[in-house]
Design a protein around this ligand. Sequence first.
Ligand code: NAI
Ligand code: 13P
Length: 338
Amino acid sequence: MSNKQQVAVLGGGSFGTAIANIVAANGHQTFLWMRDQENAARCQQSRENERYLPGVRLTEGLEVTADLQRAAAATDLVFVSIPSHSFRSVARQLRPYLKSDAMVVSTAKGIEPEGFTLMSDILLQELPEHDIGVLSGPNFAKEIVAMQHTGSVIASESERVCHAVQQILRSETFRVYANTDRGGVELGGALKNIYAIICGMAAAMGAGKNTQAMLLTRSLAEMGRFAGEMGANPMTFLGLAGVGDLILTCTSDLSRNYRVGYQLGQGEPLDAVVSGLGQVAEGVNTLHQVKQKADELGVYMPLVSGLYSILFERRAVADVVRELMLGEQSNDVEYRGA
Ligand SMILES: NC(=O)C1=CN([C@@H]2O[C@H](COP(=O)(O)OP(=O)(O)OC[C@H]3O[C@@H](n4cnc5c(N)ncnc54)[C@H](O)[C@@H]3O)[C@@H](O)[C@H]2O)C=CC1
Ligand SMILES: O=C(CO)COP(=O)(O)O
């Protein structure tokens, strides 16, 4: 691989813009694709993505375009930063334009309802000739562009993809670790959104640090148990894409999922909270999908079931909490290792 690559980032939201800015700052020829022509032209001209990352200057040389063919045609690596609800349709649009050896990496943290499909599995289905991967970790877009020191994970069975992503994104403030457990890394990023909603809700209701520590730890146990059933390596959950991202999103109001939970904890109705957000909070849909899958597989997920019954079965929070606290006594550590 030569030093300078051509890279496209699909999705002009906060995360796509942050990733494109890093890549362009590293001197790679970089395109940021957004679907709306007018928005693309405005961002390209003003050098700012005013809606999603106001006040952040787009790196010199980063080209914002609504022309997918222009963005993708000669590209070595494509990052797909599209929310899960539209991920497949964009992967499909991309297919005719890719050169044969192009690599494609998902940065989305959600699950497609049909068939409980992970984003990287959508890439495998829609772009079967290409090497693919997943980028996930404790990575608030706003902190990346503020040059906070940040760690992330590239997960792929392909060494070529891991190496390329590490080289293309590495900088003094962004460090990328590799993992071959694609499914585990991807489940970590998707599942933690559910627990961020729970932690936000608990914070709004006055939970102290004891409660927060218990929630975080039991969330980790629950997500590891579920992912283990799905074939992931439980050790992945001790890494940045597991416990790292869980801590980040469950303790900060920079997380949209945490903010959704916080507003719910203040008594606001779910529909109003979600529509007022103006950005994607993947956790609400992921909750539906994980609850259904856990029931199907017979995986014990009391926190998921509790949140589900509060949000979608109108159960009172106090009743659910009492039931969780007084439920059958169980063991602390249950990891069986890799
Ligand atoms: N914002 C963050 O800090 C992080 C976000 N992520 C994940 O990245 C994914 C994207 O998130 P954000 O950029 O934050 O979302 P966002 O809500 O900031 O932006 C979403 C972008 O996707 C575009 N989009 C939606 N449907 C589209 C379609 N059919 N065709 C083309 N573009 C479409 C929207 O126009 C918008 O520009 C999510 O899965 C999220 O969980 C991952 C790590 C960090
Ligand atoms: O995934 C994220 C940080 O790693 C962003 O979380 P939210 O989608 O909850 O804002």
